[in-house]
Design a binder for this molecule. Structure first.
Ligand SMILES: [Ca+2]
Length: 342
């Protein structure tokens, strides 16, 4: 076995030398180059222990998907001034999504105490994620995931990410997930919580006791899997994600800017102030408008400028950002969760 692995790795190294320069160049960005690249991915998957049967079934006959390339290149670029938050919130935390969340919590009421005891994450937070990702399961995408991931990897803008996800997809198949279930968004996310394959492998769990983590059609498994993700990402039981805050007249948030350099996703984190305890904020005249312990560390966030809504955000807000690093996303998840809670 060890010898076989070494042989695979050697073959992989050779294939990398032979294929990558041509696969990456503009001239060979075509089906032929794509197929050559897939040979390289197949060798890499084998070296990571994926079975030959799965490699063949997943990659043979796969065609480059021009629609995925088109959608990826149409992604909006960076904007110098972020758009205002308030209009986004009114579009995403609306009556329909709030009613849908309350209905989902009622439907799942039987399992919620167990869920919260097992993971320590409030069901309304997890349900708000479910609501934001797929409107509680009403749309999950019908792109062929292997084809999307292979296309995005071959295209090369984020090759390491998508190549890893394509191999993770094959590992899911080896674990018993039918290849026919591998449908999802053009960018490779699937199921009720829109996990990527690597996220499924490390976070998906069974919530209804049938032994299978079915995030395609089981709300119980979906809520358990998102809860598991949140626990692993560091959710602190008993702390809110954040609370609204009243600022004194003329308060200058700029004087409390953070001096830390965020390790990742800096454009999102740069918009938050320095960390202070709630009591320290109170001493500066900032009043929390919800229940929160005085010793909790928070950042102040007033996205739309002086005179607009402001919030004190806890470390749990950072956990929501790990799911999707966008202030627009995390704020609307937090506010939707507050709305759908009892
Ligand atoms: Ca299950």
């Amino acid at each position: 076995m060890r010898i076989l692995r070494s042989f695979h790795l050697l073959a992989l190294a050779l294939l990398t030398l032979i294929l990558l320069p041509s696969a990456a160049s503009a001239q060979t960005f075509n089906q032929q180059g794509f197929e050559a690249y897939l040979q390289y991915v197949a060798a890499k998957a084998r070296s990571e222990g994926v079975s030959e049967a799965t490699v063949t079934r997943t990659l043979s006959g796969l065609a480059l998907n021009p629609r995925v390339v088109q959608l990826d290149s149409a992604q909006p670029g960076r904007q110098d001034t972020p758009p205002p938050l308030a209009p986004y919130l009114s579009r995403h935390v609306d009556g329909t999504r709030i009613a849908g969340g309350r209905a989902k919590l009622r439907q799942m009421a039987g399992m919620l105490p167990t869920l919260e005891r097992r993971f320590g994450v409030p069901p309304q937070i997890v349900t708000a994620i479910f609501g934001h990702e797929t409107n509680y399961g009403s749309y999950t995408g019908d792109f062929d995931l292997a084809r999307s991931l292979a296309t995005l990897a071959y295209e090369g803008r984020r090759r390491a990410l998508f190549e890893g996800e394509l191999i993770a997809l094959m590992k899911m198949v080896d674990r018993g997930v039918p290849l026919a279930r591998m449908k999802g968004s053009w960018a490779g996310a699937f199921g009720y919580p829109q996990f990527l394959p690597s996220v499924y492998l490390t976070n998906a769990v069974d919530g209804d006791g049938d032994g299978f983590a079915d995030i395609w059609s089981s709300s119980a498994d979906t809520l358990a899997s998102i809860s598991n993700y949140f626990v692993k990402a560091g959710w602190r039981h008993g702390q809110p994600w954040g609370v609204g805050a009243s600022l004194p007249d003329g308060f200058n948030t700029g004087t409390h800017a953070s001096r830390l350099t965020p390790p990742s996703c800096s454009r999102v984190h740069d918009r938050h102030s320095a960390w202070k305890t709630v009591n320290e904020w109170r001493s500066l005249g900032v009043q929390p408008r919800g229940a929160i312990d005085g010793n909790v560390l928070t950042t102040l966030f007033q996205p739309d400028g002086p005179g607009t809504r402001a919030w004190l955000l806890t470390g749990n807000y950072r956990v929501i950002l790990q799911y999707n690093c966008s202030n627009y996303y995390a704020m609307s998840v937090g506010l939707l969760a507050d709305e759908i809670a009892d």
